[in-house]
Write a protein that binds this ligand. Structure first.
Ligand code: ZN
Length: 131
């Protein structure tokens, strides 16, 4: 496994911190690290609220990347509460597709950190409505 995945895992682990921040909001149960094309790692946590105002960790990390002036993703790692990694949900896949239309196929997703199993976003989004 490339060393960058370990750096991404550690960056995601550093912000993984499940907590209740108000009567209606919890956050930090899932975290994510996104590696931009420039080589910088951006992190994000999930935010869960009433009335579906929350956001997934992956999209939060992507928004963090956008906030900091970048818009091209190279790799994505999502960290679950038990320390395993997982696949992005449909909404996160859709954002990545729209963000990198025509180029999203090669974004690498860490599906299983324990075995180092990486897949490309193109494999997770076959026959998508955007090419
Ligand atoms: Zn998601």
């Amino acid at each position: 496994m490339e060393n960058i995945w370990t750096e991404m895992y550690e960056a995601a682990e550093a912000v993984l911190n499940a907590r209740r921040v108000s009567e209606y909001v919890t956050c930090g149960e899932v975290s994510a690290a996104v590696l931009s094309k420039s080589g910088k790692i951006y992190t994000g946590i999930c935010i869960d609220t009433c009335s579906t105002l929350g956001i997934c960790a992956e999209r939060n990390a992507i928004f963090n990347m956008l906030t900091n002036g970048e818009h091209e993703i190279d790799k994505v790692l999502c960290l679950l509460p038990d320390g395993s990694s997982g696949a992005p949900c449909g909404a996160c896949r859709e954002l990545m597709v729209q963000l990198m239309a025509g180029k999203y196929h090669d974004i690498e997703i860490m599906l299983d950190y324990s075995t180092g199993r990486v897949v490309k976003l193109g494999e997770l989004t076959p026959e998508w409505w955007i090419k």
